[in-house]
Design a protein around this ligand. Structure first.
Ligand code: ATP
Ligand code: MG
Length: 367
């Protein structure tokens, strides 16, 4: 199957002009990024602030040109290096919104907002536009009675639906969301996340979803691109990234609380840290192992484990996070059962050996 959208080795340099006092410089925002999105799937691009996500989003939506690289839509090459793209080309990828509160014109009725994109198509008659808008309202889960209302009369979730409907009337091949939920409070974010996912499942539009939030990426996407510093660290299915991170960056980025990572030396089946030793799974990787990773949920308190002294106990209700000192290092445990634990108490920690991640001196996965 030909991917709907394919990026090949995209590069973007920004030239910052100099002044009398300062020399100009070049920012390498995107340093050769490739990925592909299949029909009807959601691809998430995730990474810390400044890693180049929005730059990539602007290239993909053809708002900004790339310095080099190729982009294909339905297998057809798009000219992204130059300006002068036709409106038809630009319409193939639609940016939905960056902030659902900012993009809808407050002085326009919802019906007019939805049909605005169709005004470009001058041959479309007024009633035909109206019919289309009505159909679109239903498609995104709103009703005909909403046609004449203004954006402020809608809830955040409904506004999001309008914004998606507005993008759909143009029949784009790909939807792109750039941090749509980042300005919302935690509770609304979870509701909206489910709304977007539900809409996506219903409309089956191919989607690129940009976020700095790994939980959002994990829950929304079929495939995730993890970026750092303008480069791709790993591409994979959400649970594959979680189960088999390719390197220590992805290991600590995906998952919350973050994976415990310890650096040490191997001696007779154990990773020796300052003042403690962790048991390793059997395998051929021991010689090259430098870093040991274990997720907080894959540790338990059991006799015969490694002794550690509790520093902090954080009950959340459904689970308990425990931070303890293991030699000189901190270790985090996530316990699902209710436990009576006190700071200062010495516990015996046992890792699930089948869930241990081993990395070499460069942080690359070994097992
Ligand atoms: N127009 C511009 N001119 C110069 N440098 C820019 C420009 N836009 C972005 N940059 C730089 O390029 C890098 C990537 O920026 P970008 O906005 O793509 O990051 P991001 O991953 O979207 O970050 P955030 O999560 O904060 O939105 C940053 O170092 C940024 O300062
Ligand atoms: Mg951004």
């Amino acid at each position: 199957m030909t991917p709907v959208l394919e990026a090949r080795n995209l590069v973007r340099d920004y030239h910052i002009p100099g002044s009398l006092l300062r020399k100009g410089k070049i920012v390498h925002a995107v340093k050769g990024v490739s990925f592909a999105v299949d029909q009807g799937k959601t691809l998430a691009i995730v990474g810390e602030s400044g890693c180049g996500k929005s730059t990539l989003a602007r290239i993909v939506t053809m708002i900004d040109p790339a310095t080099s690289g190729e982009m294909l839509i339905d297998g057809e090459k798009v000219d992204i290096a130059k300006d002068g793209l036709t409106p038809e080309m630009r319409r193939k990828v639609q940016i939905v919104f960056q902030n659902p509160y900012g993009t809808l014109n407050p002085r326009k009725k919802i019906g007019d907002i939805l049909t605005e994109p169709l005004i470009i198509n001058t041959r479309m008659k007024a009633d035909e536009r109206r019919d289309k808008a009505m159909a679109m309202l239903k498609k995104v889960g709103l009703e005909e009675k909403h046609y004449g209302r203004y954006p402020h009369m809608f809830s955040g979730g409904q506004r999001q639906r309008v914004a998606m409907g507005r993008a759909i009337v143009r029949h784009p091949q790909v939807f792109l969301f750039d941090e749509p939920l980042s300005n919302l409070d935690a509770k609304l974010r979870v509701t909206m996340r489910a709304e977007i996912k539900e809409l996506h499942q219903r409309l089956k539009t191919t989607t690129v979803y940009v976020t700095h939030d790994q939980v959002e990426a994990m829950t929304m996407a079929d495939k995730i691109v993890v970026m750092r510093n303008g480069r791709v660290e790993q591409i994979g299915k959400p649970l594959d990234l979680f189960d088999r991170p390719a390197n220590t960056f992805v290991a600590s980025f995906i998952g919350s609380p973050a994976m415990n990572l310890f650096e040490g030396t191997i001696d007779s089946g154990r990773l020796i840290l300052d003042g403690a030793g962790l048991p390793l799974p059997a395998g051929p990787e021991h010689a090259a192992t430098k870093i040991y990773g274990i997720r907080p949920e894959h540790l338990s308190i059991r006799d015969g484990g490694v002794p550690a002294t509790i520093i902090v106990v954080e009950p959340t209700g459904s689970e308990t996070h425990v931070i303890a000192k293991l030699g000189n290092a901190d270790i985090t445990l996530l316990l699902r059962e209710r436990v009576e634990l006190q700071p200062g108490q010495v516990i015996s920690i046992a890792p699930d050996l089948s869930k241990v991640h081993l990395f070499d001196k460069d942080g690359l996965r070994l097992n």
